[in-house]
Design a protein around this ligand. Structure first.
Ligand SMILES: Nc1ncnc2c1ncn2[C@@H]1O[C@H](COP(=O)(O)OP(=O)(O)OP(=O)(O)O)[C@@H](O)[C@H]1O
Ligand SMILES: [Mg+2]
Length: 309
């Protein structure tokens, strides 16, 4: 491929818009990642679903015809009007939310430093607290970076199969002490051979986030179950369930949104990114997430994965 072809391919593939190149038989020659992710039925080498071209599905395509080696081709922009504007809004909203979340621990850090300069203060205790604030800032930055890498496809989520039990066992063991302090019991229910089509590291992130949430929110006396169950058709469901305080039913659909935190008044650290990360990992591995439960009846997060290939 010459330099121009490579550039052309990159321009289409990495476009922020849903855009495809089709040949004179309406077959998809090339499609942007966004088009493949956002619109069903777009595959290179296969015909573009006809309703996308006719505008029947509510998207009026913008079509740019041209010729390559005297063969006609068309560049078809499939984004809905306002899609890009919505995307930009989401982006700027995200930036604003990150800045806001950073400002709080930074403000506390500044106060701690100012206090430390006053005579008679317990400097070493203040330094300890300052360290914890910095840890929280670092955690937030790590989560934001991790999420953006996931979104740009920079991290391979699904690769091979992972036998779930040892990974889940380790994730729970690491949290055992914190769970005991919070009065939450952790339990694992997973047959030894159940495998998931996801990398071990990613499975650990999912398991950890679900367990951490139960430790943080379920309340003392609650039990958290982490289970992986294989179905007869080969799919595997990873379930994190607790019998703690739960969330309002109306809030269930919003739990996977970035920065969403139910009942903000509850004093706890946390940025509202954990379940957004869980959702990204699971969907990138071809699966889907759901939350069930109600206030006072615990929370159940179900991550359904297609069977390992
Ligand atoms: N097991 C649970 N029981 C009750 N509420 C929960 C539970 N898990 C999550 N939530 C609610 O869902 C919100 C979003 O959870 P999520 O994991 O996305 O963010 P977070 O825990 O607040 O922060 P982070 O995980 O980024 O440190 C939480 O703030 C909490 O209100
Ligand atoms: Mg969390």
């Amino acid at each position: 491929m010459d330099a121009d072809s490579i550039r052309g391919r990159m321009l289409v593939e990495e476009s922020r818009e849903a855009v495809v190149v089709i040949d004179d038989a309406d077959c998809v020659v090339l499609a942007s990642r966004r088009a493949r992710q956002a619109i069903d039925g777009i595959r290179e080498g296969e015909p573009l679903p006809i309703d996308l071209l006719t505008g029947e599905c509510g998207v009026i395509p913008h079509v740019v015809p041209y010729e390559v080696d005297s063969r006609p081709e068309r560049l078809v922009y499939l984004s809905r009007e306002g899609d890009l504007a919505a995307y930009e809004e989401l982006r700027s909203g995200f930036t604003a939310a990150v800045s806001h979340e950073l400002r709080t621990p930074l403000a506390r850090l500044l106060t701690l430093l100012e206090t430390a300069t006053l005579p008679g203060e317990d400097v070493s205790a203040l330094v300890d607290r300052a360290q914890r604030e910095i840890e929280q800032i670092t955690e937030l930055i790590d989560e934001v970076l991790f999420l953006s890498e996931l979104e740009s496809g920079g991290r391979v989520v699904a690769l091979g199969a992972t036998v779930a039990r040892p990974v889940l066992e380790e994730a729970l063991q690491e949290l055992e002490e914190r769970a005991a302090r919070a009065g939450v019991e952790l339990r694992l229910e997973c047959a030894p051979r159940v495998a998931l089509g996801i990398r071990p590291r990613m499975l650990r992130v999912v398991a950890r986030n679900l367990a951490e949430n139960a430790i943080r929110y379920a309340g003392p006396g609650a039990t958290f179950w982490l289970a992986a169950e294989a179905s007869a058709v080969g799919s595997v469901t990873l379930i994190g369930r607790d019998d703690g305080i739960g969330v309002e039913e109306s809030e269930l659909p919003r739990l996977f949104e970035r920065f969403f935190r139910a009942d903000r008044a509850r004093a706890s650290r946390g940025t509202g990114l954990g379940l957004a990360i869980v959702k990204h990992i699971v969907t990138q591995a071809g699966g889907a997430v759901e939350a069930h439960g109600a206030r006072g009846r615990g929370l159940e997060v179900r991550c359904e994965f297609p069977g390992p290939t």
